[in-house]
Write a protein that binds this ligand. Structure first.
Ligand code: 3PG
Ligand code: MG
Length: 392
């Protein structure tokens, strides 16, 4: 990949605008997982050390565009980031009119998605942003799959544009892991819905040697194999697609394993009583909330035998202790495995934190959707825009 990199540029005295992905989980006005903020620190520090005036951009959540909404304010992020940097981080509300900043200072612009035209990649908006800086740094790997004004449009118009160290490192690590990967290559794709992950399942099937599905996705595959899933979360409309993928796996000489056993409960709650059932014994009033212990042993063995493991999405409701064992078994197996392991996605990162296995994962991406789109082999629009600027 060829584009200009931030460390190749003279930043001294320059207004350096860095697009970050500070889309972090909040609870009661506080940041509950700061992995994405910590990942951005080296870039911000490097820009400050080199004498830049640092202007930070990010989105948070999916607010209605065109107006300010307190719930989506970046104020908690500014406070948390200030603590991490041990420096003041000034939050600026109406920043499109101009940003007053000196070298050595950090200004965080309020949620880019409050601006009308952000998501539609409005050209006028992109030009306005571009005019606010001398150098635009794209460092939001987690948002690089969005062609929006602050991620793609601005790259077409800013005076100088480059990739930040976080974006460069993400692309480097993922490319190294996925070109000529150590075989066998195993992907674990969990999460609620087949519908949102159909294309990734499809493309992974041709890339990996073994695919494991988990969570609500697995429930649809269980139903597609003819078992009763009771009141489990699943997608009846996607059963045909699941059957097609199962057939495709068979044709390729493999299979998408169906759990032998599952953990069920009659309600979705942390206090619900858990029962282990063989997959053909799920009762009409029960829901599947985790894989069972025999299945966990099988999946752990597959992980032990793999050369490369890609992990996105839990295999059960790991937030509830009674239904955490399956995801814990996957996490533990990845931790002790010598395979090159890459993980991405918000829930996956939360599970890695909860089971304290970060040191046992070879590379943890800050991306969710962007991570999956990269793994699918799709072009990330923000990266394409950087390359286009470099080549022209
Ligand atoms: C993410 O959390 O995956 C990114 O920040 C992108 O957010 P979006 O899906 O709302 O565009
Ligand atoms: Mg490991």
């Amino acid at each position: 990949m060829s584009f200009l990199r931030m460390d190749e540029l003279d930043l001294s005295g320059k207004r350096v605008m860095i697009r970050e992905d500070f889309n972090v989980p909040l609870q009661a006005g506080r940041v509950t997982s700061d992995a994405r903020l910590r990942a951005a620190l080296p870039t911000i520090r490097m820009a400050l050390d080199r004498g830049a005036a640092v202007i930070l951009l990010s989105h948070l959540g999916r607010p209605v565009e065109g107006r300010y909404e307190h719930e989506f304010s970046l104020a908690p992020v500014a406070a948390h980031l200030s603590g991490l940097l041990d420096l003041p981080v000034r939050l600026q509300k109406d920043w499109l009119d101009g940003i007053d900043i000196q070298a050595g200072e950090v200004v965080l612009c309020e949620n880019v998605r409050f601006n009308a035209g952000e998501k539609a990649n409005d050209e006028t908006l992109a030009k306005t942003m571009a005019a606010l800086c001398d150098i635009f740094v794209m460092d939001a790997f987690g948002t690089a799959h969005r062609a929006q004004a602050s991620t793609e449009g601005v790259i077409r118009f800013a005076a100088t544009v480059c990739a930040g160290p976080l974006l460069s490192r993400e692309l480097y690590e993922l490319e190294s892991a996925l070109t000529e990967p150590e075989r066998p290559m195993l992907a674990i794709v969990g999460g609620a819905k087949v519908s949102t992950k159909l294309t990734i399942l499809e493309s992974l099937m041709s890339r990996v040697d073994q695919l494991i599905v988990g969570g609500g996705i697995a429930n649809t595959f269980i139903a597609a194999s003819g078992y009763d899933v009771g009141r489990s979360l699943y997608e009846p409309d996607l059963i045909h697609e699941a059957q097609r993928l199962i057939r495709r796996a068979h044709k390729m000489g493999g299979e998408i394993p169906i759990p032998k056993d599952v953990v069920v409960a009659s309600s979705f709650s942390k206090d619900a009583e858990a029962h282990v059932r063989s997959v053909d014994e799920v009762q009409a009033n029960e829901m599947i909330l985790d894989i069972g212990p025999l299945t966990a042993v099988d999946y752990a063995a597959m992980i032990q035998g793999a050369g490369t493991v890609i992990w996105n999405g839990p295999v059960g409701v790991f937030e509830f202790e009674n239904f955490a064992a399956g995801t814990r078994a996957i996490a533990d197996a990845i931790e002790i495995s010598n395979a090159f392991s890459i993980a991405g996605g918000g829930d996956t990162l939360a599970a890695i934190d909860q089971f304290n296995i970060a040191d046992g994962v070879s590379y943890i991406s800050t991306g969710g959707g962007a991570f999956l789109e990269y793994v699918e082999g799709k072009t990330l629009p923000a990266v394409a825009a950087l390359e286009a600027r470099f080549n022209n």
